[in-house]
Design a binder for this molecule. Structure first.
Ligand code: LLP
Length: 412
């Protein structure tokens, strides 16, 4: 099953109306290719399903390409940023400050100051000490900081432990009771304005129920706070909706409906922070086969992309569907698809059934639009790949491939 806007036409895999083979020739490999239409449709699923007044802040970390941020900003989306760097990118993409929220456990005072001076929608604090730091910086620069508190809702969701966040094993958020106390305290401080309560239970979660549970808790805490004289503006249910890498996942519209229903009638604005579910299925990584080789145990297909371009298989044993971009009717074999990096953990797929391929053929690693380029590196002297955005029959280079000169760029 291919994601929307990726189709085989006359045995050639296309992104929208362009054959991927043509893009691999024109721009080289490894190459990230995104469908602008797919991104737009998935973004609109959030924007249009949500109740009026809702704010969708795209999680920039999933794919921080400026052109993609700009496209999402033009659809009315905000940004969820997690560093001064992402704040800068969101601003460069023209996303208005009043739609930018800042999450993360370790904001520096310099980052807090920049965010306050920019006048962002809210800072989400994740500890009592951080709240004190925000109060202090706000006082120094003479402003009132709009703050939310991220709680850790104690909702365990089925996903890889490295991307699970909603229980006390993990560093994220504060316990609910502490969150309520912090918002209370903020309401008494002249330089703080408590505006929201947030949770994010993890990523690549393919059931709706844990999100509903977390949203219910947030609403309950907000209503306790209101009763205690601390009315909040919004509840932020986070991001985290999974995509169908291997098994099915709910559509964003279904997810939005479910969480919006929890808030119905509560007089609270709904804020969401989706990342993967917007860009993930909208992108592929093209990689060219270099060599085939076998040993007594295994058959390997060696390709020109590896953990430096897409680290998800290495880091989370993640599964991405992989297909030759020109359909062949050769017999299949079970192979490890591996990259050129000097690490045994450098693989894109293990024990995968793939039609026999020859050097020079191009493979598409599907659903690679999120946490793909974003987590790429120069390890082993690899140059980061180019990125191309396709709309209809048009392809636009939205990031050039790095050159050797880029490896020297930051040296004094
Ligand atoms: N909000 C917060 C506070 C987050 O930490 C994240 C993701 C999101 C929103 C967006 O979650 P999404 O909708 O994309 O699931 N590198 C990992 C995923 C790490 C997610 C980190 N936080 C991966 O490749 O699976």
């Amino acid at each position: 099953m291919l994601p929307p806007h990726f189709t085989f036409r006359q045995h050639n895999l296309h992104c929208e109306d362009l054959p991927l083979a043509q893009l691999a020739e024109q721009f080289g490999t490894p190459l990230y290719v995104y469908s602008a239409t797919a991104i737009r449709e998935r973004a609109l699923a959030y924007q249009q399903t949500a109740t009026s007044g809702a704010l969708t802040c795209y999680a920039v970390k999933a794919n921080p390409n400026l052109h993609i941020l700009r496209q999402l900003g033009q659809l009315g989306m905000g940004a969820d940023v997690t560093s001064g760097g992402e704040l800068f990118l969101a601003q460069q993409a023209g996303i208005p400050a009043e739609r930018i929220l800042y999450s993360g456990v370790g904001k520096t005072r310099a980052e807090i100051q920049t965010a306050l001076q920019a006048g962002i929608f809210a800072l989400h604090v994740e500890s009592a000490e951080e709240l004190l730091a925000v109060a202090d910086v706000a006082q120094q620069i003479g402003c009132v900081a709009r703050v939310g508190v991220r709680i850790n809702p104690q909702v365990a969701a089925a996903t890889h432990p490295y991307i699970r966040t909603g229980t006390f094993q993990y560093k994220f958020g504060v316990p609910a009771t502490e969150g309520v106390q912090l918002l209370h305290w903020a309401s008494t401080h002249p330089h703080l304005q408590p505006v929201g309560i947030a949770a994010h239970i993890g990523s690549q979660i393919s059931e709706i129920e844990p999100f509903v549970q977390s949203a219910q808790l947030l609403c309950q805490l907000a209503s306790e706070l209101r009763a205690a004289g601390v009315p909040l503006e919004y509840v932020d249910v986070g991001g985290g909706l999974g995509i169908p890498y291997e098994k099915t996942a709910p559509h964003p519209a279904e997810w939005v409906q479910a969480v919006a229903q929890v808030l119905a009638g509560a007089g609270l604005r709904l804020v969401m922070e989706p990342g993967r579910s917007i860009v993930g299925p909208s992108g592929v990584l093209l990689t060219r086969v270099q060599y085939n080789k076998r040993n007594p145990l295994k058959q390997f297909v060696i390709v020109d992309a590896g953990m430096t371009e897409l680290i998800r298989p290495t880091l989370y044993q993640a599964y991405h569907p992989i297909t030759p971009i020109v359909q062949s009717f050769r017999p299949t074999q079970v192979v490890d698809i591996v990259g050129p990096i000097c690490e045994s953990s450098d693989y894109l797929a293990r024990e995968r059934e793939l039609p026999q391929v020859q050097a020079g053929e191009v493979l598409a690693v599907m659903l690679a639009g999120a946490y793909g380029f974003a987590m790429s590196s120069n390890y082993n002297g690899h140059l980061r790949p180019a990125e191309v955005l396709v709309e209809g029959g048009q392809a636009k280079l939205i990031r050039r491939r790095e050159t050797l000169a880029d490896l020297l760029h930051t040296l004094p």
